[in-house]
Design a protein around this ligand. Structure first.
Ligand code: CP
Length: 306
């Protein structure tokens, strides 16, 4: 069965079968990444534009690498070097790029809903690479892939997402995806960093990380988003670290199998101590590698659905 939608805008409402299909397809592409020649032909003749209106290291490189591994032609776009700085609208920019016969658009934007809008004004497949504080679906898919790789399943696992939940598109997409796949999800952080009515997302809410750590399989640690003014919502970074920072000492109460994740970029010794980020519990760099396979799977499944 093909994916239900011709775009990937978010995991809210995505059927379990579609998530399963993406994760299973990524397993085949993960194997390609281990080969001496890491390139396969399925997207030969397809052109993909990566439109990044907001900074990115991992997601941008990961999509670009995935596209090249699948033999697509790749266009890079950054708002600062484009005619957006001369006042061109998002719609006009996208329609001009599409006029050059682009098949797919990958977009990151600071405005929630920007990829959804784009999907209504152009014919190309649109993939959301992060829209404001709304969703970051490929991040959550690569997180789920990494958890499944470690535990062999998602169903029945307990995942806690700790930190700045209210500004986090990663948290939202993970909550939607993990719950669909049968995992239990908790969130933890100061009340000032929780969205209003967060319980309505179907999660348990905690404010004391030490109460949660002994009972979980996976801890997904979020970055304090200073660029979105999160720093104003608690007294100091030192205090945040004292109450919520993930340290070796805190992990003494954890199960031996606890898995530590972080979407990056990391603020070392703020939300996570450097020794935990580099410890045997951490799968942070596996997440990055798996991200290429997930993005190959998404691109492939959308391209072959058309
Ligand atoms: N995880 C993530 O989205 O990282 P970038 O902002 O570097 O793309």
């Amino acid at each position: 069965m093909p994916l239900e939608s011709r775009h990937l805008l978010g995991l809210h409402g995505m059927p379990k079968a579609d998530i399963q299909l993406i994760l299973d397809t990524a397993t085949s592409f993960r194997e390609v990444l281990e080969r001496p020649i890491k390139k396969v032909p399925p997207l030969q003749g397809k052109t993909i534009a990566n439109m990044f209106f907001e900074n990115s290291t991992r997601t941008r490189f990961s999509f670009e690498l995935a596209e090249r591994r699948l033999s697509a032609d790749v266009l890079g776009f950054q708002a600062s070097g484009s005619s957006v700085s001369k006042g061109e609208t998002l719609k006009d920019t996208a329609r001009n790029i599409e006029a050059m016969k682009v098949d797919m658009v990958v977009m990151r934007h600071s405005a929630a809903g920007a990829p959804h809008y784009l999907s209504q004004v152009i014919d190309a497949n649109v993939i959301n690479a992060g829209d404001g504080a709304h969703e970051h679906p490929t991040q959550a898919l690569l997180d789920m892939y990494t958890i499944r790789e470690k535990f062999g399943r998602l169903e029945g696992l307990h995942v806690c997402i700790v930190g700045d939940i209210s500004h986090s598109r990663v948290a939202r997409s993970n909550i939607y995806g993990l719950r669909t796949m049968g995992a239990k999800v908790s969130v933890c952080g100061p009340a000032t960093l929780m969205p209003r009515d967060v319980e309505r997302l179907g999660v348990d809410v905690h404010h004391h990380i030490d109460d949660v750590i002994p009972n979980i399989d996976v801890l997904n640690v979020l970055r304090i988003q200073m660029e979105r003014d999160a720093g104003r919502l608690f007294p100091s970074l030192r205090e945040y670290h004292n109450y919520y920072g993930i340290t070796k000492q805190r992990l003494e109460q954890a199960r031996s199998s606890i898995t530590i994740m972080h979407p990056g970029p990391i603020n070392r010794d703020v939300e996570i101590s450097a020794d935990v980020a580099d410890s045997e519990h951490s799968v942070i760099l596996q997440q990055v590698l798996n991200g290429v396979a997930i993005r190959m799977a998404v691109l492939y499944l959308l391209a072959t659905r058309n």
